[in-house]
Design a protein around this ligand. Structure first.
Ligand code: VGL
Ligand code: ZN
Length: 208
C-alpha cells in the first residue's frame, strides 16, 4: 500500500471482546484478520477507548438507568453503556495478540468525563478535535482503511469523520464486528455509503 494510506485500527480492546465490559459478538475474530492485512500498510494508527470510572456514558453512573437506554445530553442523545474500558484496567488494554509493529500513534478517546467519543477524529460534542486529521495531513496521508470494533459505532463514526475531513475512507469488512443495537448496523452502512465510505474484504485487499 502506498505511503499516503494508513490503517486505522479502532478499539481492539479487551472491553469489546467476549467476556469484556461491552462485549461484541465474535469481537476477537478481528485480531487475526488485522494481523494479516497490517503488513500491507506503511502507516498504522490505533484508537483506544479510555474512560474515567465516572464517565457520563456508563449506565452505572445514572441511578435507575439500565445499559442500552438513551439519555439526552447537551450534545445530543447518548446511549448508556455497561461500564467498559476504564483507564488503566485490563478491559481498556489493546489486545495482546495484535501484531502491528509499524503502528505510530495511539489516539485515546472518551477521557473527558462529560463527553463520549466514538470517533477517532472528533468527540461527541462535535467540537473537540482529537488532532488525528491534522496528524494524518502532516504525514501526507490522504486515504484511511478502517478495521476494529464496533462497525456501527466507533468504526462508522471514525469513517464518517474521515470523509468529513477530506480523506478517502474504506472499511475492511471482515476485520470489523458490530454491536447492532436497534438497527444501528444497517443504519451505519446506509449513512456510510451516502458519505462515500468504501467497503472491501481482507482477501480483496491482499490480492496482488
Ligand atoms: C464503542 C460504544 C461505547 C466502540 C465505544 O468502540 O464502538 N461503542 N464505546
Ligand atoms: Zn466507550
Amino acid at each position: 500500500m502506498n505511503p499516503s494510506t494508513a490503517l486505522l485500527i479502532v478499539d481492539v480492546q479487551y472491553g469489546f471482546m467476549p467476556g469484556g465490559g461491552l462485549p461484541v459478538i465474535d469481537g476477537d475474530a478481528v485480531v487475526p484478520v488485522i494481523n494479516r492485512v497490517a503488513p500491507l500498510f506503511t502507516n498504522a494508527v490505533f484508537t483506544q477507548d479510555w474512560h474515567p470510572a465516572d464517565h457520563v456514558s456508563f449506565a452505572a453512573n445514572h441511578p435507575g438507568r439500565q445499559p442500552f437506554e438513551t439519555i439526552d445530553l447537551p450534545y445530543g442523545e447518548q446511549v448508556l453503556w455497561p461500564t467498559h474500558c476504564v483507564q488503566g484496567t485490563r478491559d481498556a488494554a489493546l489486545h495482546d495478540e495484535l501484531h502491528v509493529p509499524q503502528a505510530q500513534l495511539i489516539i485515546r478517546k472518551g477521557f473527558h468525563r462529560s463527553v463520549d467519543s466514538y470517533s477517532a477524529f472528533m468527540e461527541a460534542d462535535r467540537k473537540t478535535s482529537t488532532g488525528l486529521a491534522a496528524y494524518l495531513k502532516a504525514r501526507n496521508i490522504t486515504s484511511v482503511y478502517l478495521c476494529g470494533l464496533a462497525t456501527d459505532y466507533c468504526v462508522a463514526w471514525s469513517a464518517l469523520d474521515a470523509r468529513a475531513a477530506g480523506f478517502e475512507a474504506t472499511l475492511i469488512e471482515d476485520a470489523c464486528r458490530a454491536i447492532d443495537l436497534n438497527g444501528s448496523l444497517q443504519k451505519a452502512w446506509v449513512t456510510m455509503a451516502d458519505a462515500g465510505v468504501g467497503r472491501i474484504s481482507s482477501s480483496e485487499l491482499m490480492q496482488p
